[in-house]
Design a protein around this ligand. Structure first.
Ligand SMILES: [Zn+2]
Length: 365
């Protein structure tokens, strides 16, 4: 139900990876030039009269106009950075001069993606808003890099964004962090005990549960790891608001408030309350170099899972490195995160949080 369409996976780092082949200039047409020697021979052989010559001249004149007009269209459109291909250009061979001229004008109002009513300037403005709204700890340089990359690839960006906007489950992308709390009564409606999967999953506790909607991807990832000789063992999963309240208080009692804030979440600010987040293995820094930790770092994204608290981003995420903590966000979101947001889930989810309503108003049904 929450699996993204397969084509999104294919797009990710795939054939659209560079986008360069879409920028090819159309080959110049040379059909008329090739016909000339043949036609000259026809004239010299037959030596016939004005009628044939007249017809030939008319044909040549039309042909010359035709060959100069066509490559101009193809090149100017390509130089304007629009997607073009030789097939598109050959379809334009019947275009009259006036149509050809209109194609060379800047296409500021043309939609950037068929799924959205968004022209280039609107798009750039929205993206600018998004990067400006992101977590204040994000460096200015990072925002600029993210902005530049997105606006240089609008169609690819919008393709993935469409996948997020069309997801039937907005909670997959909900922010749950030190600045954005979940409500104390948010409980996912489809929690399922992992004990039901005891024959396939390795569980380090008997009270684990996750949302049933993500279980197909959980099981697929566990199986892929197993085929690589890796066991993924589950140490933590859904936590209720009340459970988090008690857990945070125990950390405060043991470590003091400041240290507790680094390693534990206040109630309402834990991703574990979402039911789409899980901790694997030892839940210690050593997990980073454990075979399961290494495998997850490389492959979790292939199944729509994202490392929430990467190394070196404590200022951004609010938490120290947690190589064991993964959240399911789906293929489209992982693709955006990796391609445009430097692999940082927090950047993507903040950008989405502050822009998705606006983008949705431009989304075609
Ligand atoms: Zn965790």
């Amino acid at each position: 139900m929450y699996c993204e369409p397969l084509k999104l996976r294919e797009l990710r780092g795939g054939e659209l990876g560079t986008g360069k082949h879409h920028m090819k200039k159309s080959p110049k047409k040379s059909g008329t030039a090739n016909k000339l020697p043949f036609l000259r021979r026809v004239i010299s052989i037959t030596g016939t009269g004005l009628l044939v010559l007249g017809a030939l001249l008319v044909g040549l004149f039309a042909g010359a106009r035709y060959t100069t007009a066509l490559p101009l269209v193809g090149e100017e459109v390509a130089e304007a950075g629009e997607i073009n291909s030789s097939e598109d250009a050959s379809e334009n061979t019947s275009a009259s001069d006036s149509e050809a001229e209109s194609l060379t004008e800047p296409e500021t109002v043309s939609p950037l993606h068929p799924g959205f009513t968004l022209g280039a300037s609107d798009f750039q403005e929205l993206v600018r808003q998004g990067v400006s709204s992101m977590n204040s700890a994000a460096p200015e340089e990072t925002r600029e890099q993210i902005y530049e990359h997105i606006v240089s690839e609008p169609a690819i960006f919008l393709q993935y964004l469409q996948g997020m906007l069309n997801s039937p489950d907005p909670m997959l992308y909900a922010l749950a962090d030190k600045r954005h709390s979940l409500s104390s009564d948010y409980v996912p409606s489809d929690l399922v005990s992992l004990n039901e999967y005891q024959s396939t999953l390795v569980l380090n506790r008997n009270d684990l549960s996750l949302r049933s909607s993500i279980m197909p991807m959980v099981l697929a990832m566990v199986e892929a790891a197993r085929l690589d000789g890796i066991t993924l063992d589950f140490s933590s999963s859904y936590r209720s608001y009340e459970y988090q309240e008690g857990l945070f208080q125990r950390h405060v009692d043991n470590l003091g408030l400041e240290e507790a804030e680094r390693v534990s979440a206040r109630p309402g600010t834990s991703q574990h309350q979402l039911g789409t987040t899980m901790d694997f293995g030892s839940v210690t820094p050593a997990f980073a170099v454990h075979p399961a930790g290494l495998w997850l770092a490389e492959h979790a994204g292939d199944f729509g899972f994202s490392l929430s608290y990467p190394d070196g981003y404590e200022e951004i995420t609010g938490y120290s490195y947690e190589p064991w903590h993964f959240r399911y966000i789906g293929d489209a979101a992982v693709s955006l995160q990796d391609r445009y947001f430097q692999g940082i889930q927090q950047y993507l989810l903040e950008f989405y949080h502050y822009t998705h309503e606006e983008f949705r108003t431009r989304l075609l049904p």
